[in-house]
Design a protein around this ligand. Structure first.
Ligand SMILES: Cc1ncc(COP(=O)(O)O)c(C=O)c1O
Length: 359
C-alpha cells in the first residue's frame, strides 16, 4: 500500500477529455462564452428532463444559489438551519443580511430534527433552511407542515442531493426553492457550479433576473441582482459528464454497499440512517463510538496514504469568530465522531477492502 497512489476522500467524475473538447469546439466557433449561451440552455433542459424537474436555473456555484434563493424570496430576519453542514449554508444566510438560528439534528439521519424546530420560531423567523446531508432526504413532510402552520418559507440546501428522491420525485423538487451544487466533488459536476430549482414560475423568472445583474428582458434593472451566471465552458463539462451520470450514481451505491457489508458488525460503528425517501449514497460517512477511536483509524489510514475527511467538523454553530454562541449538543457530538471514507468512480474494490481492513 505504501508505494501506491494516495487515495483521497473523493475525486471528480469526469467524462473522457475528447467528449468535453468536442463540445468546446462549438464554443470556440460561436465565440459565445457566457450570458445564457446555447450550452447553458442545453445543459439546463437536458438535466431537467433527466431528473423530471419543472425548472432548473444554473448558476456559478452552490453558495451563490443559496444566496439567490434568499434574495428571490426577499427574506429578512431569522432563518432556522442545521449546524451539521458546510459553512456555505450559514455564510449564505449571513451574506444576505439574515440571522442563522441553529436547530439540532437527528443523530441517526444527521439532518435537522423537525421536532426541535417549533421551539426556535420567534416573531423574527422567516424561513427554514434544512440540508439534505450527504444526499439523505430530510423529513420533508414534517418540515412542510411546520412551514405552513407558521407561514414560513423553506429553502432546501440540496448541495448533495442530485440523484436523491422523495415520494418518487427528485428531491430537488421540494421546498419553495432548492439550491444545489455542481462542484467538482459532487455526483454531477461542472467544476464549479450550482442551480436553483423551484416550481413557482414567478420566482423562477425572478431568479433568472437576479442571476443576470437584475436585468429584465428590456435590459431595465428591476431587481437587486448580481452576477451568478454559469459559463459555456462549465456547461460543456456538465453536458459531457451528464452522459455518465447514471453509471456514476449506480457505482457509488454499489461501493457504499460494499463498505456497509465489510464494516457491519464491527463494534462501535454506526451508519447514517435513511428514514425518508431514497438517498443517492454519494458519500460514505461512518460514525465512531468516540473521537479517540476515529483519530486512531484516521491515523492508520493516513499512514497508508488514504485520506478520509472529517466531514462536517466542527459543528458550524461553534465557529465563534463569526457567530454568536448557540448550543447544539447532538451535532457537536456527532461532528467529533464522524469520518467520510473515500468514495468515487476510480476507487477499486481492492482499495475498499484495504480501507475496511484498517478498522
Ligand atoms: C451542504 C453544502 N451546502 C453548500 C455548499 C456550497 O456549494 P459550492 O461549493 O458549490 O458553493 C456545499 C459545498 O460542498 C455543501 O456541502
Amino acid at each position: 500500500m505504501t508505494d501506491s497512489k494516495p487515495i483521497f476522500v473523493t475525486m471528480p467524475s469526469l467524462a473522457p477529455l475528447e467528449e468535453f473538447t468536442e463540445l468546446l469546439k462549438g464554443v470556440w466557433e460561436r465565440g459565445i462564452l457566457t450570458h445564457n449561451g446555447p450550452l447553458v440552455q442545453r445543459f439546463e433542459n437536458e438535466l431537467s428532463q433527466k431528473l423530471g424537474l419543472t425548472n432548473f436555473v444554473s448558476v456559478s456555484n452552490g453558495t451563490i444559489a443559496l444566496q439567490m434563493a434568499i434574495k428571490a424570496l426577499e427574506l429578512k430576519g431569522e432563518i432556522i438551519t442545521t449546524p451539521f453542514t458546510w459553512i456555505a449554508t450559514v455564510s449564505a444566510i449571513k451574506w444576505e443580511g439574515c440571522t442563522p438560528v441553529f436547530c439540532d439534528i437527528d443523530p441517526e439521519t444527521l439532518n435537522i430534527d423537525p421536532s426541535k424546530i417549533e421551539a426556535l420560531i420567534t416573531d423574527k423567523t422567516v424561513a427554514i433552511m434544512p440540508v439534505h446531508v450527504f444526499g439523505n432526504p430530510c423529513d420533508v413532510d414534517a418540515i412542510e407542515a411546520i412551514a405552513i402552520k407558521h407561514n414560513l418559507k423553506v429553502i432546501y440546501d440540496g448541495a448533495h442531493a442530485i440523484g436523491s428522491t422523495y415520494n418518487g420525485k427528485s428531491l430537488l423538487e421540494y421546498g419553495d426553492i432548492t439550491a444545489t451544487s455542481l462542484h467538482a466533488t459532487k455526483l454531477l459536476n461542472t467544476a464549479e457550479g450550482g442551480a436553483c430549482i423551484t416550481n413557482n414560475t414567478e420566482i423562477n423568472e425572478k431568479i433568472k433576473r437576479i442571476r443576470f445583474f437584475g436585468h429584465d428582458d428590456s435590459k431595465d434593472i428591476v431587481e437587486d441582482g448580481f452576477n451568478g451566471k454559469m459559463t459555456e465552458v462549465h456547461a460543456a463539462l456538465g453536458i459531457a459528464n451528464m452522459k455518465y451520470y447514471d453509471e456514476v450514481l449506480e457505482d457509488r451505491k454499489l461501493k457504499y454497499q460494499k463498505y456497509v457489508s465489510g464494516l457491519t458488525g464491527l463494534q462501535g460503528l454506526q451508519f447514517q440512517k435513511v428514514k425518508h425517501g431514497n438517498s443517492n449514497y454519494s458519500y460514505f460517512p461512518v460514525i465512531f463510538d468516540s473521537e479517540e477511536q476515529l483519530l486512531k483509524v484516521e491515523a492508520e489510514l493516513n499512514m497508508n496514504k488514504i485520506f478520509p475527511r472529517r466531514y462536517f467538523y466542527p459543528s458550524v454553530n461553534t465557529y465563534s469568530k463569526i457567530l454568536e454562541p448557540q448550543s447544539c449538543p447532538i451535532s457537536e457530538d456527532i461532528s467529533r465522531r464522524i469520518l467520510c471514507l473515500p468514495l468515487y468512480w476510480e476507487l477499486t474494490s481492492d482499495d475498499i477492502y484495504s480501507i475496511i481492513k484498517t478498522f
